[in-house]
Design a protein around this ligand. Structure first.
Ligand code: SAM
Length: 277
């Protein structure tokens, strides 16, 4: 098995990057500065960094004077961060799994938080779905992700990357790719290309569904059978009569239907289910 490269923490201790925690540490100062410029943290912001690791981004976020919460799963790195930021009263460290973290506990006086993170790529999609539960409490999110995931998040109808992730993310938020990051900017280098994305929750949902869980089921069912037309993939969920009554071309494949179309199907399904109770 390939040896993971050891990195030296600012306290002088050696840390061997842990693959199971998706540890690819940013070392390119030019990229770090560019991310911070894009985030432009202000003193009266409330910031949350997910997976601060060795603090590549953390230092400058803390220097902004904003309240800064850090969620780091790796016990050794969390301990190191506690030492590194012991003199910063604005920095609060949570040694926890972000997937089990209730963001509501951080919210003060309804102020929406700004989230930043070079996310562990092995869990980036579950992290995004977890955070979407709190979209009303989030002002924006700036993430380093696998380029392919960023392309899926921002893909529009008809795009080859358009799918479940694009639809569910765009239901709650707007996603904008900011810039690409080469693998050489990390230690150890990931095997994939990366990009920075800014995700901004809608203040008001543009196409609200009657029942968002129902929408999730419709979208999942459609994209589980990508090659099938809607008419065929929806057979198990909704009757042909109900589907025909909607103003949608049901001979299209899932990648050719908009969020508005999926919400129409979902609303018809929840209405039909209510009717049968
Ligand atoms: N922010 C650092 C940087 O840019 O160099 C580290 C980024 S590294 C890609 C991902 C970080 O997320 C690691 O520090 C890792 O330990 C942490 N991490 C992994 N899984 C996590 C989880 N479930 N909850 C919180 N942090 C996690």
């Amino acid at each position: 098995m390939a040896q993971r490269k050891a990195v030296t923490l600012s306290t002088g201790t050696e840390h061997r990057a842990r693959k199971r925690f998706g540890q690819n540490f940013l070392h390119d100062q030019h990229i770090i500065d560019r991310i911070i410029r894009e985030v432009a943290p202000k003193k009266d912001d409330h910031l949350l960094e997910i997976g601060p690791g060795q603090g590549a981004l953390t230092e400058q976020l803390a220097e902004s004077g904003a309240r800064l919460d850090l969620i780091e799963l790796d016990r050794d790195l969390a301990e190191h961060l506690c030492k590194q930021f012991r003199d910063h009263s604005n920095v609060h460290i949570h040694q926890q799994d972000v997937l089990k973290f209730d963001l509501k506990q951080l919210i003060v006086a309804d102020k929406p938080i700004r989230i930043i993170g070079n996310l562990p790529y092995n869990i980036s999609t579950p992290v995004l779905f977890h955070l979407l539960k709190y979209y009303k409490n989030i002002k924006d999110m700036s993430f380093m992700l696998q380029l392919e995931v960023v392309e899926r998040l921002s893909a529009g109808v008809g795009d080859k990357n358009y799918g479940r992730l694009s639809l569910m993310l765009q239901y709650f938020c707007e996603a904008e790719k900011l810039f690409n990051v080469p693998a050489q900017a990390f230690t150890p280098q990931p095997k994939v290309n990366s990009a920075i994305v800014r995700i901004t929750p809608h203040l008001k949902l543009p196409v609200p569904a009657r029942d968002v869980d129902c929408l999730k089921i419709v979208v999942r069912t459609a994209f589980n059978q990508r090659r099938k037309t809607l008419k065929n993939s929806m057979k198990t969920l909704i009757s042909k009569e109900v589907l025909d009554a909607l103003d949608i071309n049901i001979r299209l494949r899932p990648e050719n239907l908009s969020l508005t179309d999926y919400v129409k199907i979902s609303d018809a399904l929840s209405e039909a289910e209510l009717g049968s109770l």
